[in-house]
Design a protein around this ligand. Structure first.
Ligand SMILES: *[C@@H]1O[C@H](CO)[C@@H](O)[C@H](O)[C@H]1NC(C)=O
Ligand SMILES: *[C@@H]1O[C@H](CO)[C@@H](O)[C@H](O)[C@H]1NC(C)=O
Ligand SMILES: *[C@@H]1O[C@H](CO)[C@@H](O)[C@H](O)[C@H]1NC(C)=O
Length: 218
């Protein structure tokens, strides 16, 4: 009997889905983004105040402006834009790329990402913890997966703009852009750390710092 119970438990554990965000404990918990209550996620707003606008967002319909240094723009459709996503463990974003545009190497600490190419083509890749680069060229209609937490990037090497829709298994995946994290934090990472880590002189570090503006939190 004990062996049967053990086998059953092992079976159930194997089938248990792995969530990046904690599972929900109620139908919905629309985020009260202004609540002063601090908890893991956001406090729920009063059920009577919930309506369809909490579950709606039209912000991914049109291309975002890619007129910036990297030639790319990420438009999030996460819990900050759609309060109804609170506790549901999913979100999306749209990324637009100018010809030559780059979504620079970054990680999402809380989510795996899948991108679906709307237009154009992209060279994409991620690097594993054994330092192997897994990369591919993807074009309209293709999907590519970036496992949770691994450093990844997308580059438009085509002559026309490109765009993807990205899906995440977190209501707020978080983005840590490697360049900005190391060279544009507040306060700054000490030069002595960066010169040693990258085996270069202070001049090179200062040059990189001067070209990366402080990170915008998305
Ligand atoms: C939250 O506060 C901001 C300003 O701080 C305000 O613009 C917004 O309407 C408020 N949202 C809600 C749901 O009360
Ligand atoms: C939904 O509630 C918001 C305020 O919380 C209000 O501005 C909006 O008009 C409501 N929408 C509908 C369709 O009732
Ligand atoms: C792109 O941005 C630069 C500097 O911010 C600006 O001068 C230029 O007019 C912009 N170009 C377009 C097409 O918006």
């Amino acid at each position: 009997m004990r062996r049967i119970i053990f086998s059953f438990l092992a079976f159930v554990l194997t089938l248990s889905p792995v969530f990046a965000d904690p599972d929900l404990l109620q139908d919905l918990c629309v985020a009260d983004l202004n609540s002063t209550v601090k908890l893991n996620g956001f406090a729920c707003k009063a059920a009577a105040a919930v309506n369809e606008t909490d579950f709606f967002f039209a912000g991914l319909a049109n291309p975002g402006s890619t007129n910036n240094t990297m030639g790319s723009l990420v438009t999030g459709a996460n819990v900050e834009k759609i309060p109804g996503l609170n506790t549901l463990g999913v979100s999306m974003s749209r990324i637009d790329y100018a010809p030559g545009g780059l979504n620079p190497p970054h990680t999402h600490p809380r989510a795996t990402e899948m991108v679906f190419v709307l237009d154009g083509s992209l060279d994409v890749g991620f690097i594993t913890t054994t330092n192997k680069l897994i990369s591919q060229t993807i074009s309209k209609g293709d999907i590519f997966v970036f496992p949770r937490g691994l450093v990844h990037f997308q580059k438009n090497n085509g002559k026309v703009p490109a765009a993807v829709i990205a899906a995440f298994n977190s209501q707020l995946p978080g983005t840590q852009s490697i360049g900005a994290t190391l060279f544009a934090s507040t306060p700054s990472v000490p030069d002595a750390v960066l010169t040693k880590a990258f085996q270069v002189g202070t001049k090179e570090i200062e040059k990189i710092k001067s070209r990366l503006t402080p990170k915008k939190v998305i």
